[in-house]
Write a protein that binds this ligand. Structure first.
Ligand code: CA
Length: 225
């Protein structure tokens, strides 16, 4: 990728916000493809190698949640949500978004989140041993595959990173703030609902909820059950 700009797909129907975000990200050295609808976003994904999507929720035609579901974790997504709208944020994370930035946001904050998500997605497969396993779960970093009792499980990028982090620390209590900082790159603690939603999704997909134990008031622990 040396010498090539990272391409970000910006999906935003509001002209003033779109123009602001595009110019700021371009100034930060990113290539930005700006589209105004979910349908156009899905079309662009088939035409260009996109490394990250910045996605508004309210769009003409299919909305941001639906775009998120159709992308299915193949490309990291940062959602633009209404400020203090927790149902929107939770729905976004459940649909597979990796992060969200509440509107109105500073373009600087958005750029910082973009860089954090890209850093994590590029670090995948380059840290530590290739395979972690615990009880019936096997996680492979290079192929980004997870198997439970030999059955392949589809995870979003964030769910994968979360499981990876927990499996690297078997039988150790990991706090929600630690997960926020390490898996999400959030510097300020407190957004623990984000962690809870992802853990719930991860347990559901693994089909073995007892593997990730809740340690009340603190966080989680991966156990061989
Ligand atoms: Ca909108």
């Amino acid at each position: 990728m040396t010498g090539m700009a990272t391409t970000i797909l910006l999906v935003e129907d509001e002209p003033s916000i779109g123009a602001l975000v595009r110019s700021y990200l371009a100034r930060e050295g990113f290539g930005v493809l700006w589209v105004r609808s979910g349908e156009d976003a899905l079309a662009e994904l088939t035409r260009h190698p996109i490394e990250l999507i910045v996605l508004d929720i309210g769009l003409p035609g299919i909305d941001g949640f639906e775009v998120c579901r159709r992308v299915g974790g193949r490309v990291p997504i940062i959602m633009l949500t209404a400020r203090d709208d927790e149902p929107d944020r939770v729905a976004g994370l459940e649909a597979g978004a990796d992060d969200y930035v509440p509107k109105p946001f500073s373009p600087r904050e958005l750029a910082a989140r973009v860089k954090a998500v890209l850093r994590r997605s590029r670090a995948d497969g380059t840290t530590g041993a290739d395979v972690s396993s615990l009880g019936p779960v096997t996680l492979s970093r290079t192929s980004r595959e997870v198997h439970v009792d030999g059955r392949a499980v589809e995870l979003t990028q964030r769910e994968f990173d979360l499981l990876d982090y927990l499996l690297e620390r078997p039988n150790m209590v990991v706090s929600r703030d630690d997960l926020l900082a390490s898996v999400w790159g959030f510097l300020s603690p407190g957004e623990t609902r984000t962690v809870e939603v992802h853990v719930a999704q991860l347990r559901k997909k693994l089909g073995r909820p007892e593997l990730i134990r809740t340690i009340r008031g603190i966080g989680y622990k991966a156990v061989a059950a």
